[in-house]
Write a protein that binds this ligand. Structure first.
Ligand code: FMN
Length: 358
């Protein structure tokens, strides 16, 4: 039986355990450039025993940033500092991943601690906020511009170029952000996509851009390195005309045939009318359903905060990895904590050996 500290091999990589630092925006970059904050934030969690540390939603083009302070991989100059971060993570026996993202209609906002509000161009925002359809997120946000077919093709190419830079930066895993109401999620959900061309209407059309992004990334991403996709498994809207779990299962099946290795199963974030009832492990059933029905590796995420809970998810085969966000902010050494609590004999960083519980 697998447990939290069993290694997992995907393609040429072996993850030393099943613990993943879930991507978490730090809104601390300038012009997309990483800095000491990102080195310490990501580096500490590698020291803290995670098998995989995934850097935050990293914009594939400037207008695809959520805020002016998102990380970016839209120009070669972004690579150098990221190389320092990935090298440090790898020195700790952890693996470095990056989440490639485009914020769609949720772009051009202020950070959570400065109000989480739409930013006009006068306030440091930008006016080329793009989405599948010109539907505003809420009444006090301007409607985004509907992407033309050419602009869609360019976004796909931007994902590809960012993936090539991620490789040069030393990342070993790419996760494509297809969740939380950002651009790719907006395309797949009929609630945010009312297009009538090849990218709207039928399931095949709405999900086309996701397959195109995956295929474009694979043109530059080595076949022996893992490729993950994060999906919102459901819009949490009781309406047939929304994105539902069965849609996610079908998309996961298709992505598997395209060579995607793991679906990171999150949910919601697309529309304000969503009805979510969060509780411990509330999204884990999505990981289990997609794992069983699409026959693909899955990651569970969402209110997983204790080692026992995380271990139980792996032991009961609900998912293959657990993605942990806020607990890793409370305890950067969650991996070490979990090993002690579950009495797993792991190696501690030699510098910290004297603190290891015996
Ligand atoms: C500070 C913060 C930043 C986040 N940024 C991202 C992000 O960049 N990309 C993403 O897919 N999810 C992001 N999330 C969501 C987390 O990855 C995770 O899915 C969510 O917090 C639920 O997991 P948790 O209960 O362990 O926190 C963020 C969450 C937090 C708390």
């Amino acid at each position: 039986m697998n447990h939290l500290f069993n290694p997992l091999t995907i393609k040429s990589l072996t993850f030393k355990n099943r613990i993943v630092v879930s991507p978490m925006c730090q809104y601390s970059a300038t012009d997309g450039f990483a800095n000491d904050w990102h080195l310490v934030h990501l580096g500490s969690r590698a020291v803290g025993g995670a098998a995989l540390v995934i850097a935050e939603a990293t914009a594939v083009n400037p207008e695809g940033r959520i805020t002016p302070h998102d990380l970016g991989l839209w120009q070669d100059e972004h690579i150098t500092f990221l190389q320092r971060i990935t090298a440090f993570i790898h020195q700790q026996g952890s693996l470095a991943g990056v989440q490639l993202a485009h914020a769609g209609r949720k772009a051009s906002k202020s950070s959570p601690w400065t109000g989480n509000q739409h930013l006009s161009t006068n306030e440091g925002g930008w006016d080329n906020v793009m989405a599948p359809s010109a539907i505003a997120l809420n009444p006090d946000t301007p409607a985004p511009q509907e992407l033309t077919t050419e602009q869609i093709k360019q976004v796909v190419l931007d994902f590809k170029s960012a993936a090539a830079r991620a490789l040069k930066a030393g990342f070993k895993v790419i996760e494509i952000h297809g969740a939380h109401g950002y651009l790719l999620h907006e395309f797949v959900s009929p609630l945010t996509n009312t297009r009538t061309d090849d990218y709207g209407g039928s399931f095949e059309n709405r999900t086309r851009i996701v397959r195109e992004v995956v295929q474009a990334v694979q043109e530059v991403w080595p076949t022996d390195l893992p490729l993950f996709v994060r999906l919102s498994a459901t819009d949490w809207v009781p309406d047939e005309n929304s994105w539902r779990l069965e849609d996610s299962v079908e998309l996961a099946r298709q992505l598997k045939t395209l060579g995607v290795d793991l679906i990171d199963c999150s949910s919601g974030g697309n529309v304000p009318v969503q009805q979510i009832k969060p509780g411990p492990g509330y999204q884990t059933p999505f990981a289990q359903a997609i794992r069983n029905q699409a026959g693909i590796l899955t990651g569970a995420v969402g209110l997983i905060s204790s080692p026992l809970q995380a271990d139980h998810i792996i032991r009961t085969e609900q998912a293959d990895m657990v993605f942990i966000a806020r607990e890793f902010l409370r305890d950067p050494y969650f991996g070490l904590t979990a090993a002690s609590e579950l009495r797993q004999p792991i190696t501690w960083p030699v510098q910290y050996e004297r603190a290891k519980p015996r």
